[in-house]
Design a protein around this ligand. Structure first.
Ligand SMILES: Cc1ncc(COP(=O)(O)O)c(C=O)c1O
Length: 438
C-alpha cells in the first residue's frame, strides 16, 4: 500500500515520469497526448527550455523571503507586468493556489466595505453551476452541487443567480441581448431581495470551466451585469483561475467582454504548472480605500509573493508575450472547434461545441433536437477517461454539466505550444474514443 493519500483512496493513479511539449510520459514509457493541460494548467507543455533555465537561475539567487519583511524583484516585476496587462487594475498579490486567491479576493471585498463604513455588506452573490475553490467560503459560493456534497452543513450561506448558459437557457424567441438583460434583471432582483446595503460582491467565472465545460457569456452580458453591480455598490469579482492567463487568447478573459472588474483571481496557467502560484488583482478604488483607511491588508500567509514562484510565472508570461502565443491560441482554438464540429457533424451524442481560444467544451446529449441530457452521465465520463487513456489521450470529462446532476461534457484546454498536427491528432483519437463509448 502506498503512503500517499490519493483522491480515490484505494486506487493508485498512473505514474507520470516525464513530459515533452504536449505529451506526458508514464514510467513504462507510454506517451499520452494532453488535450487538457492536466486541468488547464500546462500552458507551455513540459521541459520548456526558457522555463527550466529560469528555475535554475532563480533558485541560485534566493530560495525564499518573507513578504512581511521583504519584497523581491520577481514579485515586483510580475505584478507590474500583470497590472499593465489588466486594462486598469492597480495592484496584485501572489498566493499558491486558486482557492486561496479567491478566498483572499472575498476577504479584500469585505474589508473594503468595512473600511467604507458598511460592515453589514456580508452577503456574496454567485452563479449556480460555478466552481470557485475548495476552501469552505469559496465552496460556499460555488453553485455546483456535486462539489459541495458532504460539506454542505459547514458552508456559510450565499445567494445564487442563474449562469449565462446560452445552449441550455436562452429562449428560442430571445436575442442574445434580451437574454443578457434578463440575467442582469435577475441579479438586480436578487440584490434588492437581499437588501442593496447588504451585498458585498457578485462573483462569476468569466468563462465557466470545469463544471459546465467552457461556457462563455453571451456578448454584452458582463456589460449589463457590471452596470447593475455599479448601481448598488456591489463589487464585481471575476474568477479567472481557469480562464485567465492566455487560455482564451487574451491575458485576461474579461477583456473580450469589454469590461474591467473590481477584483480578479488568476491561477492555474500563471506559471504553466512549473510552480504553484495564483494572484488577486484589485482596482485602484479598493487600493485607495484600504490604503487611506486602516492601511493594512488583513491577511497574511506564509507563501505570499513567493520569489521563485513569481520568477517562474514572470518567465512564463514573458514567453507568452515574446513568442506571440496568444494569436496562436486563437487560431489553434478555431482549428480545434472547427475540426470537432466537422468530425462530429453526424454524431448524435455531440450536442454542442463551444468556447474561446484553447478553452473548448463538448457537451453530450441523448438527443440533439430536444437537447435531452445523456442517460448516465457519470458512467459516460468514466468511460471517456478510460478509453482515452487506452488510446494515449489525456481527457478531462465532467458530468453534472447542467445542474450538478444532469449532463456530461469534455473540456479541452491543451498547451499553447500544441502544433496544428497535434490538434488534428487529438480530434482523431477523441473520435475513436467516442466511437468506443457511443
Ligand atoms: C474557476 C476556478 N476557480 C477556483 C479554482 C480553485 O483553484 P485551486 O484548485 O488551484 O485551488 C478552480 C480549480 O479548478 C477553478 O477552476
Amino acid at each position: 500500500m502506498s503512503s500517499v493519500l490519493y483522491k480515490n483512496i484505494d486506487r493508485q493513479p498512473s505514474w507520470a515520469a516525464g513530459g515533452e511539449g504536449a505529451w506526458l510520459i508514464d514510467r513504462d514509457g507510454r506517451r499520452y497526448l494532453d488535450t487538457c493541460g492536466g486541468v488547464a494548467v500546462s500552458s507551455l507543455g513540459h521541459r520548456h527550455p526558457r522555463i527550466v533555465e529560469a528555475i535554475e537561475r532563480n533558485a541560485r539567487e534566493l530560495s525564499w523571503a518573507h513578504a512581511g519583511s521583504f519584497t523581491t524583484a520577481p514579485a515586483e516585476e510580475l505584478a507590474e507586468l500583470l497590472v499593465g496587462l489588466s486594462g486598469g487594475l492597480a495592484q496584485a498579490q501572489f498566493l499558491s493556489g486558486g482557492s486561496e486567491a479567491m478566498e483572499l479576493a472575498l476577504k479584500i471585498a469585505y474589508q473594503y466595505h468595512c473600511e467604507r463604513g458598511e460592515p453589514e455588506r456580508t452577503v456574496l452573490i454567485s452563479r449556480r453551476q460555478s466552481y470557485h475553490g475548495s476552501t469552505l467560503t469559496t465552496l460556499a459560493i460555488s453553485g455546483n452541487k456535486l462539489r459541495r456534497s458532504v460539506f454542505e452543513p459547514l458552508l456559510p450561506p450565499a445567494e445564487f443567480v442563474s449562469p449565462c448558459y446560452e445552449y441550455r437557457d436562452r429562449g428560442a424567441d430571445e436575442t442574445q441581448q434580451q437574454y443578457a438583460q434578463r440575467l442582469a434583471d435577475e441579479l438586480e432582483a436578487a440584490i434588492l431581495r437581499v437588501g442593496p446595503g447588504r451585498v458585498a460582491a457578485f462573483t462569476a467565472e468569466t468563462v465557466v470551466g470545469s463544471t459546465s465545460g467552457a461556457v462563455p457569456a453571451v456578448p454584452g452580458y458582463f456589460r449589463v451585469v457590471r452596470e447593475v453591480c455599479r448601481k448598488y455598490g456591489v463589487l464585481l469579482l471575476l474568477d479567472e483561475v481557469m480562464a485567465g492567463m492566455g487560455r482564451t487568447g487574451h491575458h485576461f478573459a474579461y477583456s473580450e467582454d469589454g469590461i474591467v472588474p473590481d477584483l480578479v483571481a488568476v491561477g492555474k496557467g500563471m506559471a504553466a504548472g512549473y510552480q504553484p502560484i495564483s494572484a488577486v488583482l484589485i482596482s485602484d478604488g479598493i487600493r485607495h480605500t484600504l490604503g487611506s483607511g486602516s492601511g493594512v491588508l488583513q491577511n497574511g500567509q506564509t507563501h505570499v509573493n513567493h520569489p521563485l514562484a513569481c520568477a517562474v510565472a514572470l518567465e512564463v508570461q514573458r514567453v507568452i508575450l515574446d513568442d506571440t502565443l496568444l494569436p496562436e491560441v486563437l487560431s489553434l482554438g478555431e482549428q480545434l472547434r472547427e475540426r470537432l464540429r466537422a468530425r462530429f457533424a453526424e454524431t448524435p451524442m455531440v450536442g454542442d461545441v463551444r468556447g474561446r481560444g484553447l478553452f473548448v467544451g463538448v457537451e453530450f446529449v441523448a438527443d440533439r433536437a430536444s437537447r435531452e441530457p445523456v442517460a448516465e452521465p457519470a458512467a459516460l465520463a468514466a468511460a471517456l477517461k478510460r478509453e482515452g487513456l487506452a488510446r494515449g489521450l489525456l481527457l478531462y470529462p465532467g458530468y453534472g454539466t447542467i445542474d450538478g446532476e444532469r449532463g456530461a461534457h469534455v473540456l479541452f484546454a491543451p498547451p499553447f505550444v500544441t502544433s496544428p498536427a497535434e490538434i488534428e491528432e487529438m480530434v482523431g483519437r477523441f473520435g475513436d474514443v467516442l466511437d468506443a463509448c457511443g
